[in-house]
Design a protein around this ligand. Structure first.
Ligand SMILES: [Zn+2]
Length: 284
């Protein structure tokens, strides 16, 4: 499998660049899209890599490198990275929500990644907010992902344009040929009515969701990451925060519940996977 060969090559090259003794490398941590089995390090299925069904990834990498290897869901790894080294540092209970093509998430419960009974905890994008809402990639209707992911935002902007709404989005997207997070950010900044309206709707759903999640979980921090949030920052977060707080059932110390942007960008998953690998190697 060429992907595995390339992964092994990357490991070897990173050890070289870091200039550490091989014997000092305690573990390899891998963040992968799921579904997967983190206990046995098996990728059960992954839509982006055809033919990857029941691949014992940890074992294969371990055999080739001689280094103990651990696999975790990529968004769980990202949440762990933000908890250990990023926006959730120093907290014990953290919810991570990553808004991209889909919406993924992770839960840190009392300083530990919550894996779940079947290792499926943290599928935050598939909590249903609108039972008769638009179809989600998972086949159900009205999941958060179907209402507030970039895919949902792009769908609604395209529908607006198709219905004859004026918008600068078609002009902005000429360069890359698609509606990227940066295109969305520029359109909102320029006050494009359609983009502002669609974004506000996504922010509203995210706000309702974060408020409900806080009622469910009472975390110290909710960390929001992913392309759209990275591109827009506070301008995207503030309306979410405002709506979320309106939905808190307990207003006591409401302002102490942090609703903040992720800090580590693309490194969250890599660092989180490495830290989880190290931790699991120690526990093994
Ligand atoms: Zn769904």
């Amino acid at each position: 499998m060429p992907v595995i060969e390339r992964m092994v090559e990357s490991v070897e090259s990173v050890i070289g660049i870091a200039d550490v003794k091989r014997s000092r490398v305690r573990a390899i941590g891998i963040g992968s899209p799921g579904p997967l089995d983190p206990v046995n390090g098996v990728i059960i299925d992954t839509p982006n890599l055809p033919g990857w069904t029941n691949v014992p990834l940890a074992k294969l990498i371990e055999e080739k490198t001689g280094i103990p290897t651990f696999v975790e869901n990529d968004v769980n790894a990202g949440t762990y990275g933000e908890f250990a080294l990023g926006a959730g540092r120093g907290k014990r209970d953290v919810i991570g929500i990553f808004v991209g093509t889909g919406i993924g998430g992770g839960l840190i419960c009392d300083g530990k990644l919550r894996s779940g009974f079947r290792h499926n905890a943290g599928e935050l994008g598939h909590v249903v907010l609108m039972v008769d809402g638009p179809y989600c990639g998972c086949g159900k209707k009205g999941c958060l992902e179907a209402l507030a992911s970039r895919t949902a935002i792009v769908r609604d902007i395209r529908a607006g344009i198709a219905a004859g709404r004026k918008s600068i989005v078609p002009e902005l997207m000429k360069e890359r040929g698609r509606i990227t997070s940066s295109v969305l950010s520029k359109a909102v900044e320029a006050g494009d009515a359609l983009a502002v309206e669609v974004m506000a709707q996504a922010q509203y759903y995210l706000g309702v969701y974060v408020g409900s999640a806080v009622n469910f979980y009472d975390p110290e921090a909710v960390v929001l990451g992913g392309g759209v949030i990275e591109a827009m920052g506070e301008a995207f977060l503030e309306p979410i925060r405002k709506v979320a707080r309106q939905y808190f059932i307990s207003q006591q110390d409401a302002d102490k519940v942090e609703i903040v942007a992720a800090k580590l960008g693309d490194y969250a998953g890599v660092l989180g996977a490495a830290m989880l690998g190290q931790e699991r190697a120690r526990a093994a």
